[in-house]
Write a protein that binds this ligand. Structure first.
Ligand code: ASP
Length: 308
């Protein structure tokens, strides 16, 4: 085994996380969800496993946890269904796979990985992606699995707001993601989301798009984003950070600061991201009120955080 550092960071979404709506019990549940996922990923890295396996396992764990907006906890779209987006990318080869607008898939991140490794394509959408999932024997769940009273109420509130105020957009971010560096020095990133509550017209966000919400390159960094997808797509956020490192020699911290706290803020791109560079440095910047986030490396960093 070679002597690189190992690092993992995960997020459960950025946004307006109001302290007065957070009870100690709820906070404990969120922290437990983050802890479980972090543990799944880190335990793979610590025995010499690949960063690709680590990010897939961490994101799948977050997808199985009902409070985050991905997999089981995916938000309702305008028609009362769930359409999920996910992506995974391997920094060693720059291979990437993503799925958009898929329904009833238990773990969209596993489907994204199958797309990357088995389909010969990078992005599959909707019914075609589900057909591919069946061919790969991925696990499906019925609609009841994705139902929760809290998500249903969020959707009802969003529907109502649309009626009284056409311009109103309800933005609740709860996307999940993971980035990791393994002992071999390989970086990987994965992101998974239910998108925006009450979304219409087959809307797709930044999460499944390599370079926008998800990116990994062994020469620079691995990134997973959360926030207003439209602005993150237009800013090509994940690739922009990689480029600032590759072409301008910025540190991971300076690149993240410039993109999250300056460039994104100027165009109204609320949100944040998690990032690890090729040396194992971890950054978890956000310009919103909070971001569910956690990280662990072999240099003594081990954190689970929600607020600033
Ligand atoms: N970025 C996601 C999207 O726009 C939303 C989120 O981060 O929760 O689909």
């Amino acid at each position: 085994m070679s002597r690189n550092n190992i690092s993992i960071a995960i997020h459960g979404g950025a946004g307006t996380i109001l302290r007065n709506e957070m009870t100690p019990e709820l906070q404990q549940q969120y922290e437990q969800g983050l802890h479980n996922a972090l543990d799944k990923g880190y335990s793979i890295l610590s025995v010499g496993g690949s960063s690709l396996d680590a990010v897939e396992a961490a994101v799948a764990s977050l997808e199985d946890f009902p409070l985050f907006n991905a997999g089981r906890g995916a938000v309702f779209n305008n028609k009362g269904g769930h359409e999920m987006d996910a992506a995974i990318m391997y920094g060693k080869t720059l291979e990437a796979g993503g799925v958009c607008g898929v329904s009833n898939i238990r773990n969209p991140v596993r489907l994204a990985r199958a797309v990357m490794e088995q389909s010969g394509h990078v992005l599959l959408s909707g019914a075609g992606a589900e057909e591919f999932a069946r061919s790969q024997h991925l696990q499906f769940e019925d609609d009841a699995y994705f139902y929760s009273q809290q998500r249903y109420q969020q959707w009802q509130d969003a529907l109502k707001a649309d009626v009284v105020q056409l311009d109103h957009t309800v933005k609740k971010f709860g996307t999940v993601g993971a980035v990791a560096l393994d002992y071999e020095g390989n970086l990987s990133a994965a992101t998974s989301t239910g998108g925006l509550t009450n979304k219409k017209f087959g809307r797709i966000g930044d999460s499944p798009i390599p370079g926008a919400g998800t990116y990994a390159n062994n020469n620079t960094c691995a990134i997973s984003c959360t926030g207003v997808g439209e602005l993150f797509i237009r800013s090509v956020v994940a690739y922009d950070i990689s480029c600032l490192i590759e072409y301008k020699g910025l540190s991971l911290k300076d690149a993240c600061d410039l993109v999250v706290n300056d460039k994104l803020v100027k165009i109204g791109g609320e949100g944040g991201l998690i990032a690890i560079d090729k040396d194992g440095n971890i950054e978890m910047p956000f310009n919103s009120e909070g971001m569910y986030r956690a990280c662990h490396n072999n240099l003594g960093r081990n954190e689970i955080l929600i607020y600033r």
